[in-house]
Design a protein around this ligand. Structure first.
Ligand code: DC
Length: 226
């Protein structure tokens, strides 16, 4: 059966990783969360009190503590830098609110994009991020750009946090999402943008299964064509 490459891009909390994980499982594909890689770089920068002025030191940290992924016993994905499990800390507010400046550093992007392309070499991959269809895998057979209103994305994040027992203020969450959208789409290098040949899908009011079905149907057509 033909193995394809699927790129899913879109703004923060648009549901990319949730649906990408399900589709990867259904198709038996590898899932790569590129946001987790930028979060890992941010974690290393913060741990070492580095700022945007310390680009060589951030790259050095990335070289010394390579990012890797593993599977937990419940099937969920674990993220490591070197031998340190940072799955939980990379979701902390401090990382979330600093990731935009780290992800805007051209040298960091160059390094992480090279790693992402190496992982994709074998095909049968579904990758999510901001620049997958435009920069990382412009040759991907299927490119999806997911969007949803800021209100709805803040609601999804709010519920997720509640389930994890994390206290958050809804208005603050909305502002943080809108700020990150702005920074991600206005940075000079690889801004968040739909590829010309991407299919844009507005998930506002659509449940997870609805989004999965939409993408998987498109993927299946391409796979069946051979
Ligand atoms: O998908 P996420 O929210 O975990 O991503 C965290 C940040 O990383 C996001 O604000 C922008 C950045 N990012 C990026 O610049 N390019 C990617 N391919 C993925 C994420």
């Amino acid at each position: 059966m033909k193995k394809i490459t699927i790129a899913i891009d879109g703004p923060a909390s648009s549901g990319k990783s949730t649906v990408a994980k399900i589709i990867a499982k259904n198709l038996g594909y590898t899932y790569l969360d590129t946001g987790a890689m930028y979060r890992s770089a941010t974690y290393l920068a913060l741990q070492n009190n580095l700022t945007e002025k310390d680009v060589p030191a951030i790259l050095e940290q990335l070289a010394q503590h390579p990012i890797s992924f593993a599977k937990a016993s419940d099937g969920s994905q674990l993220v490591y830098v070197g031998d340190r499990d940072i799955t939980a800390p990379i979701r902390d507010n401090q990382v979330t609110n600093n990731v935009s400046w780290v992800a805007a550093i051209p040298e960091v992007r160059e390094e992480l994009v090279a790693q992402q392309r190496r992982i994709a070499e074998t095909g049968a991959i579904i990758m999510d991020g901001r620049d997958i269809g435009t920069v990382v895998l412009p040759q991907a057979e299927l490119k999806i750009f997911l969007i949803a209103s800021v209100e709805e994305r803040a609601e999804r994040r709010f519920k997720e946090n509640q389930e994890k027992g994390i206290q958050t203020d809804f208005e603050t969450l909305k502002k943080e999402i809108a700020d990150r959208d702005y920074k991600d789409s206005h940075r000079k290098v690889s801004p968040l943008k739909a590829a010309d040949d991407a299919i844009t899908f507005d998930t506002t009011g659509v449940d997870i299964q609805g989004v999965v079905d939409f993408i998987q149907e498109k993927a299946q057509k391409i796979i069946d064509k051979g």
